[in-house]
Design a protein around this ligand. Structure first.
Ligand SMILES: Nc1ncnc2c1ncn2[C@@H]1O[C@H](COP(=O)(O)OP(=O)(O)OP(=O)(O)O)[C@@H](O)[C@H]1O
Length: 288
């Protein structure tokens, strides 16, 4: 399986924050959801992926190519969508097309106008008058009009109403049908990922905790609930993190076999949602 993005040992240091030793592979032909708490380092990583920021250490390759030598060739093949207005606000969609289209070898006017129609975007109205959803659609229409193989999106669904969010996810799914396209996007809305993601990459405090298929994530983690008196120093070793409440404990495990051996039927073992996993891993993966 080919990787369209490869981070090898990537580190970026800011004054108060470091993205550390990231080894990340984004697989061609799949949707990867990029999750993590506020300030975990997702946008910083995406900016490095787009060469808007340079790593201090490590290597980043897209389509097997290096930005130092192949920036233009790489950017031709990427559609970048991010939360916020990318364009000069006084411009309309026609102006933007005039400016952006010549920059891409594979720009396709027909596709552009198809998306303008599909998204019901006005061509002659200033972008500054667009709602958040319309701005997102505008950004997406541009990204899709040059036949990008890799779509990178920083929180594309943030602030969108549930109906447009659903439509956007359906559209992303349609885009994946040809099999060659790859989508990488960050989000806080983990239920969106249950809908469309094949892989989940999870950042925590500047580190990549895992990058696994959504199937493996579901297999590897489970939530365990039981009475507080079942917990002691030894039994807790089966857990990554334990939350105690007066009514009992809830814990995350990556070893359901051990949990079954230790606790038998005295605990309930349930599917762990991505939110459960994010909550319990907020201190990182160390066994209790
Ligand atoms: N240019 C910069 N200079 C200094 N610190 C920065 C810079 N850019 C980001 N940071 C810091 O890096 C940390 C990670 O920020 P980043 O935007 O990558 O997180 P994020 O995971 O995308 O968060 P959110 O989900 O809130 O968007 C934050 O503490 C932020 O203050």
């Amino acid at each position: 399986m080919e990787n369209v993005v490869e981070f090898t040992n990537v580190t970026k240091r800011f004054k108060d924050f470091t993205v550390k030793n990231i080894d990340l592979q984004v697989k061609q032909g799949f949707v990867t959801g990029f999750i993590g708490a506020n300030g975990a380092g997702k946008s910083t990583s995406i900016k490095m992926m787009m060469n808007l920021l340079r790593p201090d250490v490590g290597e980043i390759k897209l389509f097997g190519l290096d930005y130092k030598k192949h920036e233009k060739a790489i950017k031709e093949r990427i559609g970048f969508v991010y939360d916020g207005n990318v364009f000069f606000e006084g411009l309309n969609m026609k102006d933007i097309k005039r400016i952006v289209a010549p920059a891409y070898k594979h720009w396709d006017d027909k596709v552009f106008y198809q998306y303008i129609e599909k998204f019901e975007l006005p061509l002659n109205k200033a972008i500054k008058t667009f709602s958040k959803g319309m701005q997102m659609k505008a950004s997406l229409a541009i990204a899709l009009s040059h036949h990008a193989e890799l779509i990178i999106m920083d929180e594309p669904t943030a602030g969108l109403d549930p109906i447009f969010r659903r439509e956007l996810l359906d559209l992303l799914q349609e885009l994946m049908v040809d099999g060659n396209r790859t989508i990488f996007f960050s989000t806080h809305i983990t239920t969106d990922l249950d809908r469309i993601a094949d892989y989940i990459a999870f950042m925590q405090s500047g580190e990549l905790v895992f990058n696994q298929s959504i199937h493996d994530v579901a297999e590897n983690y489970a939530i365990v609930k039981g009475r507080l008196d079942l917990l002691d120093r030894d039994t807790e070793k089966a857990f990554i993190h334990v939350h105690r409440a007066t009514t009992g404990f809830e814990a995350l495990t990556d070893n359901t076999k051990a949990v079954s051996n230790i606790f038998g039927d005295s605990v309930a073992i349930d599917h762990a949602s991505l939110e459960d996993i994010m909550y319990h891993l907020k201190g990182g993966i160390h066994h209790v």
